[in-house]
Design a binder for this molecule. Structure first.
Ligand SMILES: [Zn+2]
Length: 323
């Protein structure tokens, strides 16, 4: 009888454990998207988008009409959200259905709306560096505790190096509060300097330009946005010399030729940085851009299951010190 009882107890424990692992496997594994822009939807500028549209980067003549920056000439272009409310709902749905946590930054009104509407802790708000903002005000913003990251810092668009000393006092504040900083390096699409940002310089996206700044701020934690694409060799050298630097694969993941995207991710993993690659979208206002970009990682045949989990979640959880 005692034997039968112990058998039944063991069987019940086993079945309960099975049921628990069944119910937990029903929950989607968490994903952190560390590069989400909050911007107001402007229907005039939000045409449908073809992923990997930079597979064709034609030249143009300065005296002719400028080439289009994007195109919608593909089988299944991603539709843009029609307005701010639709965009917010699309984000909230994805946070819930895809078990997403976001690092989001940009327009402050939209950011606050999203944070208020989302479950606690699922949106980590970021603030950029605007050198017209007095450093004391920047310090107050970080001290408030609302902002968990400083991003997106994009000196390249202003024609400046990230090591330009104009940014030094701001980086010092981030260093003092132990807040990670995301810096745009590298990509700019086709004709950025001609079309929208005359001060943009390709050379100012070189990851080596971060070295002096890193030397000035030994306690600062940064991640290189867009993997500094296409200057990946330079980023690999920089990360070899600076063990606290991480990267994100946002932006180029949905815009540059897909074969090239895979080549870059594989190169970074092969070089030994699989624990420092973080998933990010560079989300703007095409909701399905999130699933499209996550799919690139999930479908990468050269990545193991563990490497995919690292890129989609574990590396960012470690970098941002999440539970
Ligand atoms: Zn960027």
């Amino acid at each position: 009888m005692r034997n039968l009882l112990s058998f039944l107890l063991v069987a019940i424990c086993f079945l309960t454990a099975e049921a628990q692992s069944d119910s937990s496997s029903a929950v989607r594994p968490p994903i952190i998207d560390i590069h989400v822009h909050t911007i107001p939807v402007n229907p005039a500028f939000s045409a449908p988008l073809c992923p990997w549209f930079l597979s064709d980067m034609p030249g143009a003549d300065p005296n002719d009409q400028a080439p289009p920056f994007m195109n919608a000439d593909c089988v299944d272009p991603l539709p843009a959200a029609a307005n701010d409310a639709e965009l917010q709902q699309a984000i909230l749905d994805r946070i819930e259905n895809m078990n997403l946590t976001l690092v989001a930054f940009g327009d402050s009104r939209i950011l606050h709306n999203w944070v208020d509407a989302a479950p606690a802790g699922r949106i980590l708000p970021g603030i950029g560096i605007d050198t017209r903002m007095p450093v004391a005000d920047f310090r107050d913003s970080l001290r408030s505790g609302f902002y968990k990251v400083v991003a997106e810092v994009a000196p390249q668009y202003q024609g400046l190096s990230p090591s330009d000393t104009i940014f030094t006092p701001y980086f010092s504040v981030a260093e003092e509060f132990n807040i990670p900083v995301g810096i745009h390096m590298g990509t700019g699409g086709n004709g950025m300097a001609n079309l929208t940002s005359p001060n943009f310089r390709a050379s100012l996206g070189n990851p080596f330009l971060l070295e002096d700044m890193l030397a000035r701020h030994p306690k600062l934690k940064i991640w290189v946005m867009h993997a500094g694409y296409p200057m990946v060799d330079e980023l690999i050298a920089l990360m070899g010399a600076n063990a606290y630097v991480y990267l994100d694969i946002s932006g180029f993941i949905w815009s540059y030729p897909l074969d090239e995207v895979h080549h870059v991710i594989q190169q970074l993993v092969r070089a030994g940085f699989g624990k420092r690659i973080m998933y990010g979208t560079d989300f703007l206002f095409w909701p399905r851009m999130i699933e499209t970009s996550i799919g690139v990682v999930q479908n990468a045949r050269y990545l193991s299951k563990d490497q995919k989990r690292d890129i989609l979640y574990n590396n960012a959880a470690r970098f941002f010190r999440l539970d």
